[in-house]
Write a protein that binds this ligand. Sequence first.
Ligand code: ZN
Length: 334
Amino acid sequence: MKKPTFPRVPYPIASRPKHRSVKRRSPIGNHCESFGKKFVSTSLLNLGFLLLAFRPLPQEVLLATLPQDEPNPLPTVEVPRVQAVVASHAQVSLQQVDRIWESTQAQLELAQNPPTVYHVAPEEFRGQTVYDVPLPSQDRVVALTFDDGPWTETAQILDILRKHDARATFFVVGSHAENKVDLLRRIVAEDHAIGNHSWNHRYHPVSTTEAVREIDRTSDFIYEVTGVRTGFFRPPGGNLTNGLADRAAQQDYAVMMWSLDSLDYTVSVPEIVNNVVDRASPGAVVLLHDGGGNRARTVAALPEILDRLEAEGYRFATLPEMMELSVSRRQKSE
Ligand SMILES: [Zn+2]
């Protein structure tokens, strides 16, 4: 942009006004004392009249002179209060307004385009059928896995896990998740991992087309609702031969089986507790259920499972966490 130019002098030097020195004399000059005194006394008198003329009238007089239907025009707002409000607003500088605006925009953008979160296995587990995760005996970590939800009992299970600060992995059925979107989001919000347990929980053999649909539809739905891309698949009923597990392995999912079945779908609460606690070991993958039927027994057994395993020094991790731990331990020992 061209810089604007200004004339160096606003007008020709020749036409500049000439300043003449003017001698000013005080009205109370030494040579004219009596005139000065007279001027002062007259001025004071005038000032007195002026003050009398502009003195505030009593309120009754003011009100009496007003028309009756007019509202009272006397100040009703506390001036110091108004000043304080103005002062507090004035403290917000333009820079601060800019910052607030930018941060609001960023939050809006985040809400509209949440970042993708990956719940995936480390490379060596992808495309593999996994029963447990190798860990040294001093790493007292197990992975609790819950199948067939989200379901009515999922909220109670999440409450119990939160109370114990325990993480788990939820293998969700797409057609169940469709009706429990809030629970699906809560699972992710509370730092648990999500796995794919197919859309319709099919046991019978499926065609390749059906397998693709069962797996993709579920993973896409999980992503749309939670922003999570899952790399874990658990075959319904643990069936490794009906076409679903093969398709998942081809797509590089870790096909997750389990090493410890709680039998929470068939035995009593004390038996569920004992099944898990007595057989727990570092790197175990524990099968439990939060959906697909009445899971009151699982809900009843879970606090004692957590209490007793905690007392034995166990921690509860998600599958990706436990796998990452396994990889880092092996790399250290190499
Ligand atoms: Zn299942």
